[in-house]
Structure formats: C-alpha cells, structure tokens
Ligand binder design. Sequence first.
Ligand code: NZQ
Ligand code: ZN
Length: 387
Amino acid sequence: MQDFTFQNSTKLVFGKEAENTVGKETVKYGRKVLLHYGGGSIKKSGLYDRVVESLRKEEVEVFELGGVKPNPRVDLVREGISICKENEIELILAVGGGSVIDSAKAIAAGAKYDGDVWDFFTGKAEINDCLPIGTVLTIPAAGSETSGATVITNEDGWYKRATGHDLMRPKFSHLNPVLTYTLPEYQTACGITDMIAHILERYFTNEKNVELTDRLCEATLKTIINNAHTVLKEPTNYAARAEIMLAGTIAHNDSLSTGRIGDWASHDIEHEISGIYDIAHGAGLAIVFPAWMKYVYKHDVNRFAQFAHRVWGVEIDLNNLEKTALAGIQKMEEFFTSIGMPITLNEADITEEHIDEMAQKGTERGPLGNFVKLNEEDVRQILQLAR
Ligand code: NZQ
Ligand code: ZN
C-alpha cells in the first residue's frame, strides 16, 4: 500500500428535502451568490423555486447564469467569470449535474485569475485561488459534488480537458435522492456507468496489498449493479435511488483510491470521444472500458479474474484464469447493454473517421494510464477494438 494523505472536506447533506437548507449553508460564505444551472430541468421540476426561496430566506442576493450544456463549454464559463468579477460574487451555487458543477468550478477558479481560464486546462497556469462552491446535485454520475476536478470543452478545436485542485472541492453538497426521480432512463444509465467507471479506474492498479480498498471497490460496484435495474424500472423507488446516489459520491470522493494509484486512461480516451461527438460521458465509457480491458487484461490476469469472480460471480477456473477474466469482461458488457448503453462506437453511430485524430489528441501531452502506459498507437488500437 502506498503512503497517502486523504482529506475530502466537502460537507454532505443527504436525504429528503436536503435542498431546502441550502440557503443556511450558503450564507456562511456571503450574501452575493451566482446561481448556476443547466438547460431547464430544475425549473420544470420546481427545484429552482425551492432553492431561490431557501436563499431569499437568508437574504442572499441572487445573480443567475443558466444554460450549461452537457459537456460544458468554456464560453459560458467566461461569461460566468465576468458576472462574478463585475458583481463581487462570494459563492457559486451549482444546481444540477456534473456539467453544471464543473462549469461552476471553472468559473470559481477563473474569477480569481487575471488571464484566460482555459490556461488552467492547457497547463499554462496553476490554480491558486478560487471562490467557494456549493452544490445541489440532481444526477448521480460524475461525482463532481465532492471532487476537486472539472472537465470543460473548448469548441475552438473541440478539446475536452480536465484540471483539478483541492480548492475546487465544493464546500457543501446537498443530495436529495427524490430529485433524481425525474431523470430520463438514459441519463440514469449513463450516470450508473460513469460511477462504475470511476471505481474501475481505481480498481485496476499495480499496487499490491490493497485488500481493503479492493473490497470497498467491489462492495460499491455490487451495490450499484444490484440497484441499477430497480431505478430504471421504478424511477420513484427512494431506497434504490438513495443507494445509487450515495454510491456515485463514494465512487469518486477519493476514499476508494487511498493507498493505490488508479489508471484513468479510459477516462482520457472517452474525453476525446465526447469532445468531438458531444455524446454523454457515461455512454462513451461503456464503449471504451470493455475495449480497454480486452487490450490490457493480460498485464494482470489474476486481478481481472478476481474482478470477474467477486463482482460478476464468474466461477474461477484455476486452470484457465484468462477464461475467467474474459468472462468477467463479457458479463460487464452484458450489464451495460441491459441498462441501454452502447458498447461499441458503431452502436453510438460513431464511424472510424476521427480515430486517428482522437488517438493523436489524447496522447499529445504524453502516454495515458498507469496500470498500463498507452501511447498513440495503443489508443488507436483500443478505439479500433471498440468499433
Ligand atoms: O441541463 P438540464 O436541463 O439540467 O438537464 C440535464 C442534462 O441534460 C439532465 N438532468 C440532470 N438532472 C436531472 C436532469 N433531467 C431531469 N431530471 C434531473 N434530476 O441530465 C443531462 C446530463 O447532465 P450532466 O450534468 O451533463 O450529467 P453528468 O452529471 O453525467 O455530468 C457529465 C459531465 O461531467 C464530467 C463529464 O465529462 C461530463 O462533462 N465529469 C466530471 C468529473 C468531475 N468533475 O470530477 C469526473 C467525471 O469522470 C466526468 O468526466
Ligand atoms: Zn467519469
């Protein structure tokens, strides 16, 4: 096990009506707030009104910026930064999913920086100050509600890039599983796939003697798998929605990566796909992860066999661990298909036209991954396998 320092300082407020106390948390950081949200789901559901009411009760002055698109764009981030600078905003309240929260994080860092916010995503500048962020989460998926990361798309070249800093971890996140009842089936499934991927990125490590975190990963995966079909069939099942929502946070709050080094190549490759094709991140991961696994499983067949057995219930064939490993990958593919995810580029109507470009862009800052290091040719082959 590696040495580590772990701190996740986000205050979680979880449960029914959690959004109604968001004003009380907000006012601890100031009375001028930028309320940031997406394309309108929060207005349709009535959540917007409840959040504004909670802020007004605490006499918070509310500035607004809606319109965040899935795969959030840097242009809107720049607009948010101007609003913050002009109005001396003290906190950004993101009400929505990973896209809204990521956009809020980029605005928060950009509001404390004199240059262009894209500098943080190209490595030209480092984040060293940031406005505080609070969130009301409406879709369990990206884990951005407690992560220090943000992923933003620049339409100039269609680059989707991530940056991170502990300063960007939300100060508080309010999670009410009831808010997820209105999610379309497809978005629910994309979220489930993303949280599974966040655990897999951590699970496939070269670190030895990590039994506890292996088993915590497996338990979280099994909980997601056990509840996935229930939330799809019964969208208003509180118990199942709550399990999925908590799992989404646990999957990405970094507790599962304590003492181990994760991989993250599949995420980087996926960002190239959603950067160019603007598909949902979860759907892209359902395509990339199985292909990545087929490409690298021989690197540690034992670990893949363990995954197959403990997570998917595949019987271990001690004489043929490779067979066990491959059966686990197949079970995972069947699961993704059963929840409505594409598992090939073809199924997502993606042709091979941009495969070379994605492999080149994805590796232009060096090889991807840690479990196995991948160069441009490896990424090209994984994308070919994903066809
Ligand atoms: O925009 P609105 O109208 O709100 O609709 C959204 C959006 O169309 C809708 N939605 C959200 N909650 C809803 C709802 N519709 C009905 N009822 C609700 N309760 O769902 C759609 C997708 O929302 P989005 O925020 O894009 O989803 P998600 O949370 O999956 O976020 C995806 C983004 O997060 C990034 C991804 O790359 C992607 O850009 N990621 C961020 C990470 C991080 N910051 O740590 C890590 C992840 O690996 C990921 O890369
Ligand atoms: Zn993800």
